[in-house]
Design a protein around this ligand. Structure first.
Ligand code: M6R
Length: 598
């Protein structure tokens, strides 16, 4: 999704901005641009990759103030006119914007200027110019402009006649100020973009602006009241966001899964080997009579697995909801609901909209996220971190397994507190899961072969399973769809005969996941049904429920934790299918890593 970088203060600003934009590439974008203030403002914009932008920025373009942007189209096609930065008619103000302005049409109607783009952003910079003419003061005009906007925005603006200030504003879209060494300061929508120059950041809240100079960052409200805030250290190791020797971030991140599970064990276990959660989290869950998991995409799929674990282990009724639906169609709630927001990034706008509504109604929320200090983390009552390290690939992999492991830890802690009988010892079993994950990842080439055999040329595929396996099938189908563009369905095996089996033809690949003893015979029956109609069935099973001719037999783990293991083959098959089909694995079309618009 859109990304922002900005800098005031240094020779070499251009390169820092371009490098920053490259660090934001993983978020997904379709065009990019930068503006540099030197003797005058020079703006460069291009459709496609940052490299294409680099190619058009002349070597002599420099400036000590600059802003940059990666755009993920919402209003208008990817094109040079629609790319940011946008400039006011006189050229005095230039800005970049993330988010969606909901009243852009109404505002446009009040302005008598030509609009050169289809974006909702251009109206902001034209409005700025109008207010500046009326008020004669840049900061006052900036504050007035932001007060007129309805919707979400993160904005960085430069004034061509002032080389001493950068103007920043935020509402419902992420934006951080990075503090330099006294000779420069920066701004970015994601700390990763500016880790190259600083690890000290100031968190911004909605409805705040910042006047950034080389030496200082002054935070103010839209009424002009000055606010004090201490910086924090971004605890991201810059090497974590490098690909190293891997061909793709997705491959690196799949490979990291055993280490992530070990990391989670270490963070949530005390020296006696007992699960240790904060008192805050324990208090929150102890008050709940029902859990509502709210999430999107892969996080939603992890939530489905979490529901089964929470209900079976902790005995607490749990519902799982897609954020974009839940926000507008809230079901009847129990008397003491606890909302659990699952989000790798902690910035997903659909989930955040629900959190705002939940808080308005006076309910409590727990966020499980991979990003400390993210919006969903800050705004919830409590946070449980995933400790998975930065996830860069658009296709989420290690966050999925991390979320399931952390949900299992929560379930076990609730069960312990309420005196429930525990079916197995969780932490040692998670440690075994990590070892088994290692062994699966060491056999990658087998899944490359399966992807070649079943997915390389097919236009469509089904993933089928029962119970927990059916939840993993949804994740398998999502992975295949998003990176290899194959039409894929994840289905409970028994449901196929109620309609979708009509799609099975000669050679349709059907990938069956079989790990649950209770439904082993049922799913095998479902496989026979599709094979009888011509399907090309690939069976991935687990020791204990295996048949001799299955395509791959996974080592046995406790059935409740099987999703942690059988998701690996489907992640790997999706990855190798995308490679075989010539797709751009880490930057799939139309997608963004962090979806910060509703
Ligand atoms: O950051 P989040 O976990 O809130 O993101 C939710 C989804 O956008 C995300 O899981 C998406 O579905 C992934 N690209 C799937 O691989």
């Amino acid at each position: 999704m859109c990304g922002i970088v900005g800098m005031i203060g240094q020779v070499g600003t251009k390169e820092i901005l371009l490098k920053g934009l490259e660090k934001l590439e993983y978020r997904g974008y379709d065009s990019a641009g930068i503006a540099l203030v030197g003797e005058n403002v020079r703006t460069f914009k291009e459709v496609g990759r940052i490299q294409a932008l680099r190619d058009i920025v002349p070597a002599d373009a420099e400036g000590t103030i600059g802003i940059g942007h990666t755009r993920w189209a919402t209003h208008g096609v990817p094109s040079v006119p629609n790319a940011h930065p946008h400039q006011s008619t006189t050229g005095r103000f230039t800005l970049v914007h993330n988010g969606v302005i909901e009243n852009d049409e109404q505002l446009k109607a009040t302005l008598d200027v030509p609009f050169l783009s289809e974006t909702d952003t251009e109206v902001i910079v034209q409005l700025m110019e109008k207010h500046f003419v009326e008020l004669g003061d840049v900061e006052a005009a900036f504050r007035k402009t932001l007060s007129d906007l309805h919707g979400s925005y993160a904005i960085a603006m430069i004034d061509s006649e002032d080389q001493e200030r950068l103007y920043i504003g935020k509402n419902k879209s992420p934006l951080l100020v990075g503090l330099g060494d006294g000779t420069f300061n920066v701004v970015a929508s994601d700390a990763m973009a500016m880790l190259q120059v600083t690890d000290q950041y100031l968190e911004l809240h909605d409805g705040e602006i910042v006047i950034l100079t080389r030496e200082a960052a002054t935070i103010k409200t839209l009424d002009g009241e000055v606010l004090e805030r201490a910086p924090y250290t971004a605890e991201i190791d810059a090497s974590d966001i490098e690909k190293g020797t891997y061909a793709h971030y997705m491959l690196k991140e799949m490979d990291e899964q055993p280490a992530v599970i070990r990391n989670i064990i270490q963070h949530y276990q005390n020296e006696n080997g007992d699960i240790e959660l904060t008192e805050g989290v324990r208090e929150l869950v102890s008050e709940a009579d029902r859990i509502y998991i709210v999430a999107c995409g892969t996080s939603y799929n992890a939530g489905l697995v979490g529901k089964d674990i929470l209900e079976r282990i902790a005995g607490i009724p749990t519902e799982v909801h897609v954020s974009s639906e839940f926000g507008y169609n809230m079901p009847l709630l129990s008397e003491h609901p606890l909302f659990v927001f699952l989000s790798q990034s902690g910035e997903t706008a659909d989930s955040r909209a629900v959190l705002v509504e939940v808080k308005k109604r006076g309910y409590k929320a727990l966020t499980m996220t991979n990003v400390p200090g993210s919006t969903l983390s800050r705004e919830a009552n409590e946070t449980m971190l995933l400790h998975a390290g930065p996830e860069i690939a658009v296709a989420s992999t290690k966050a999925y397994t991390a979320q399931i492991a952390v949900l299992a830890i929560l379930a076990y802690d609730i069960a312990r507190a309420t005196g429930k009988e525990l079916p197995f010892d969780l932490m040692p079993e998670l440690a075994r899961v990590a070892t088994i994950m290692d062994s699966i990842m060491a056999q990658k080439e087998l899944f490359e072969d399966l992807a070649e055999r079943y997915l390389k040329t097919t236009p469509n595929t089904f993933f089928i399973g029962r119970g927990l396996d059916a939840s993993v099938c949804l994740e398998g189908a999502l992975k295949v769809k998003e990176i290899s563009y194959i039409q894929a369905e994840g289905y409970p095996g028994g449901e196929l005969k109620h309609g979708s089996i009509a799609l099975i033809e000669d050679g349709t690949p059907v990938i069956a996941l079989i790990s649950q003893p209770k439904t082993n015979l049922n799913i095998r029956g479902n496989v026979k049904e599709v094979v009888a109609r011509g399907a090309n069935a690939c069976i991935i099973s687990m020791q204990g429920v295996e048949h001799e001719n299955d395509d791959f037999i996974l080592p046995h783990v406790e059935p409740l934790l099987a999703p942690l293991i059988n998701v690996l083959p489907v992640q790997l098959m999706a990855y190798y299918a995308a490679l075989a089909r010539g797709c751009d694995v880490d930057k799939p079309r139309n997608l963004a890593k962090s979806v910060t618009v509703e």
